[in-house]
Design a protein around this ligand. Structure first.
Ligand SMILES: NC(=O)c1ccc[n+]([C@@H]2O[C@H](COP(=O)([O-])OP(=O)(O)OC[C@H]3O[C@@H](n4cnc5c(N)ncnc54)[C@H](OP(=O)(O)O)[C@@H]3O)[C@@H](O)[C@H]2O)c1
Length: 303
């Protein structure tokens, strides 16, 4: 239920972070090709297995298909690269990272020609590529990330294996109740990303964003439980029965975040968090939408 996030975990930092996490008892590591650190995560995993800290079967490793490999023929080479970097024979979960397609070789787009449209590369085509990975045993489970209800329905209509997991931003400023209910009704498990409000992704564009970790209600509940604000935010997802993947490269915080599993939020705490009074999405997808893109915000989010 509590995994280690690795986005923005720099080379030179992420190997130790993964090893510390495993030593502290984490059994779930969230990775992605675009984080450009899967090679170093792989070194940590190999060391953990060699030292006998954990077995492969005990670990749950996720990776994600980047937006430049959505054509069906590109899906297999993409997972093969991640598996090679992670030094694994399979991942436990492979996700389509975003419902947005770039041309091959484009890491981040800067002009309209860098994108494929849905007409050129339909999501159904990408999903068929994902289904093949499960059949081949390269991914034990398959799912999607940053998909709204409409896009989830589209994937479910492909037929065959449907999405087993949805990974989206979920924190008290963005509880996404309708999307969560939709997943529950359709047997799709959920993982909450940016559970702490992603304070290390605040670029200039985000300098006026609210700061979730200093929210007075979160802090008041933390004091009551003799816990940290981060632990309360992690416990909030656990209380909703949603897996949660806080990122840290700091051993003390890695340990602290896993210890959040012991915190049992009371109904009153949950009511106060439900009533927090601020709505905010920290990862707003604006780098993929706008005038230089064929995609709209409505392609990503329900409202
Ligand atoms: N699928 C997607 O599109 C997507 C998008 C965003 C994120 N994710 C996944 O979700 C993971 C988590 O999201 P995120 O990285 O955006 O942000 P996050 O986990 O909400 O926040 C990470 C930040 O919080 C700090 N931190 C960690 N534990 C803390 C604690 N107990 N108290 C105070 N500060 C703490 C970290 O610093 P230190 O490292 O210095 O501790 C880091 O600056 C990612 O790493 C990634 O694996 C997926």
């Amino acid at each position: 239920m509590i995994g280690l996030g690795t986005w923005k975990s720099k080379p030179g930092e992420v190997k130790n972070a993964v090893l510390w996490a495993i030593e502290e008892g984490y059994r779930h590591i969230d990775c992605a090709a675009i984080y450009q650190n899967e090679g170093e995560v792989g070194e940590a995993l190999a060391e953990a297995f060699a030292k006998g800290l954990v077995t492969r079967e005990e670990l749950f490793v996720t990776s994600k298909l980047w937006n430049n490999a959505h054509k069906k023929a590109d899906v297999l080479p993409a997972i093969e690269q991640s598996l090679n970097d992670l030094q694994l024979d399979y991942v436990d979960l492979y996700l389509i990272h975003w419902p947005i397609a770039f041309k091959a070789g484009v890491g981040f787009p800067d002009k309209r020609e860098d994108f494929y449209t849905y007409e050129e590369v339909p999501l159904s085509e990408t999903w068929k590529g994902m289904q093949d990975l499960k059949i081949k045993g390269l991914a034990k489970h398959i799912g999607v990330s940053n998909f709204n209800q409409e896009k989830l329905k589209m994937i479910m209509e492909v037929g065959g294996q449907g999405p087993e997991m949805l990974q989206v931003e979920l924190q008290p400023y963005l509880p996404q109740k309708d999307l969560v209910n939709f997943c529950r009704e359709n047997g799709i498990l959920i993982t909450a990303y940016s559970p702490l409000g992603s304070p290390d992704s605040r670029g200039d564009r985000h300098k006026n964003d609210p700061i979730l970790l200093t929210d007075p209600i979160v802090n008041e509940i933390a004091t009551k439980h003799n816990a940290s604000p981060g632990q309360i935010l992690i416990a909030w997802s656990i209380a909703r029965d949603i897996a949660v993947i806080p990122k840290s490269v700091n051993r003390k915080r890695i340990k602290e975040n896993l210890a959040a599993k012991k915190i049992k939020l009371k109904d009153q705490d949950l009511m106060e968090l439900n009533d927090i009074g601020i709505s905010h999405r920290f990862v707003d997808g604006s780098f993929f939408t706008g005038e230089n893109s064929p995609y709209q915000r409505s392609d990503l989010f329900d409202n």
